[in-house]
Design a binder for this molecule. Structure first.
Ligand SMILES: Nc1ncnc2c1ncn2[C@@H]1O[C@H](COP(=O)(O)OP(=O)(O)O)[C@@H](O)[C@H]1O
Ligand SMILES: [Mg+2]
Length: 242
């Protein structure tokens, strides 16, 4: 079942076209990689789909419903969640409270229900000592907290914007397994932005490649990584096989 679909999605900032005529779709249970050099429009694309930014042209559909101009909080309530490239833990809140925020805002849960849900999610993601302040967490724990907060929305579609950045090899492995498990159990459609191609290769069923706002290729990683246009887009930047 198609969860999310865009058609001709475009975002202009003054003279710059950050996202240019992008049509794509994401299926239930699918983990989709979104790759492309720095400045390709990946974060902007997620902003458009999650309602943080409004498109200049094009259309966005969620489960067949037009949400092109729906406000962000409405999309969150419908089941579209995301994490942010620049993580923003609420520093005077505890780990648990940071996760509770997700279900209080998006789901309108009361405190008690939000707490119960947040505790269950933390347990599921392997987070302990939930009364710690976020300044005491490791990077891996912060990343998991961000994912737990997004999951507290009870999403059907989840975007992860460079969640693996800053992790070492073991932590990356841990987070790949975690993402795969939570996605599978919930039949989530997941959009993963990552620069480390090993992560994309291991985690995703399919990738789309953005370059200067345009979707230049789409398909399984093994196929797309051999596409001459994709290889060229990465020349001088991160090598596709790095
Ligand atoms: N709010 C904004 N105002 C102006 N330009 C922006 C804004 N957000 C992003 N851009 C520009 O849009 C392009 C795509 O950025 P971004 O979506 O962050 O790329 P990526 O996530 O792929 O690195 C870049 O050239 C960036 O400078
Ligand atoms: Mg980005």
């Amino acid at each position: 079942m198609t969860k999310l679909r865009t058609e001709g999605l475009t975002k202009r900032f003054m003279g710059l076209v950050a996202v240019n005529d992008v049509s794509f779709s994401m299926e239930e249970g699918e983990i989709l990689g979104i790759i492309g050099p720095n400045g390709a429009g990946k974060t902007t694309f997620i902003n458009l789909v999650s309602g943080i930014a409004m498109p200049s042209a094009g259309r966005i559909e969620y489960k067949g419903r037009d949400i092109t101009y729906a406000p962000a909080h409405e999309r969150a309530r419908m089941g579209i969640a995301r994490t942010y490239q620049l993580i923003h833990p609420l520093e005077n809140l505890t780990l648990l409270e940071n996760v509770m925020v997700g279900s209080i805002f998006a789901r309108g849960n009361g405190l008690k229900e939000a707490r119960r849900k947040a505790e269950a999610l933390c347990l599921e993601l392997g987070l302990a000592d939930l009364e710690r302040e976020t300044t005491r967490l490791t990077i891996l724990e912060i990343k998991k907290m961000e994912i737990a907060r997004a999951l507290a929305n009870e999403p059907e579609v989840l975007f992860l914007d460079e969640v693996m950045a800053g992790l070492n090899a073991d932590e990356t492995k841990d987070l790949i397994a975690t993402v795969r498990r939570v996605a599978k159990e919930r039949r989530l459609a997941v959009g993963v932005v990552e620069h480390v191609m090993g992560v994309i290769r291991e985690l995703t069923h399919r990738v789309i490649v953005l370059e200067a706002g345009e979707l230049i290729a789409s398909g399984p990683y093994e196929e797309v990584s051999k596409n001459p246009r994709v290889v060229e887009a990465y020349l001088g930047g991160a090598a596709v096989h790095a």
